[in-house]
Design a protein around this ligand. Structure first.
Ligand code: SF4
Length: 229
């Protein structure tokens, strides 16, 4: 599996995919990422250190992702990231976190000593679909609530049961309330949540222009950032 890459088109940055403890929620209906989680701290710490050795700092920005929230990374890994930030003159980090950790984001910023752009897997701002169908356990009601804590929501498009209106509204919200955003075009995995090919075709056509929007990254495959398998 590729765990290090460089993103050079939008928001240039190095990116690493690290291993973490299982997501504390772990019950989203579409999620089968847990295969990359572990409970063996020593093993994860060693692997993460190996991956982090690739970081050069050449772009000044580092994104760290794992198959959970940044708060589920082993402590020694977080300590190593902090050291690398200092040594390689990294001036910004991108981290990802679930809504449940929203009150801990600032503590992590203080610990890392550089600004952190926080991504959040919102999946959709349609509260019913997010909570009842996707079982996301992120009970905010408005985009303003999310924007109070997070910088860059990730939304998913092309799921069976989603509507064009829901997607239009989600893209509008991304543009109106947030500086950055990610759109993940849904791909089937081992869960019962399935993609809707017609909806995806409609999205690709209507929102082709997002490919040229510097603030929105559209991922057509899970591996579009160059990490994962
Ligand atoms: S919060 Fe993320 S890692 Fe946790 S279950 Fe949901 S999608 Fe999976």
């Amino acid at each position: 599996m590729d765990r290090y890459s460089k993103i050079t088109n939008k928001n240039p940055r190095e990116i690493v995919l690290l291993k973490a403890f299982p997501c504390a929620w772990g019950k989203c209906a579409f999620c089968d990422y847990i295969d990359d989680n572990s409970r063996n701290e020593a093993e994860m710490t060693a692997l993460n250190a190996q991956v982090l050795q690739n970081v050069t700092g050449e772009l000044g920005v580092l994104e760290v992702i794992d198959s959970a929230s940044c708060f589920e990374l082993p402590k020694p890994t977080l300590e190593l990231i902090r050291r690398i930030v200092k040594e390689k003159n990294i001036h910004r980090l991108f981290f990802e976190s679930h809504w449940m950790y929203r009150r801990q984001l600032q503590k992590m910023r203080d610990a890392m000593g550089v600004p952190i752009t926080y991504k959040i897997g919102v999946e959709t701002f349609d509260n019913d679909f997010r909570q009842k169908v996707l079982n996301k356990n992120a009970d905010f009601k408005t985009p303003e609530e999310v924007a109070e804590y997070f910088d860059s929501p990730c939304i998913m498009v092309g799921i069976k049961g989603q509507t064009k209106e829901m997607i239009d509204r989600d893209i509008d919200i991304l543009k109106k309330y947030f500086k950055l955003g990610t759109v993940n075009v849904y791909t089937n995995n081992t869960t019962a949540i399935k993609k809707d090919d017609a909806l995806i075709a409609w999205f690709r056509e209507k929102y082709k222009y997002l490919d040229d929007d510097p603030a929105i990254e559209v991922l057509y495959e899970n591996t579009d950032f160059g990490v994962g398998d």
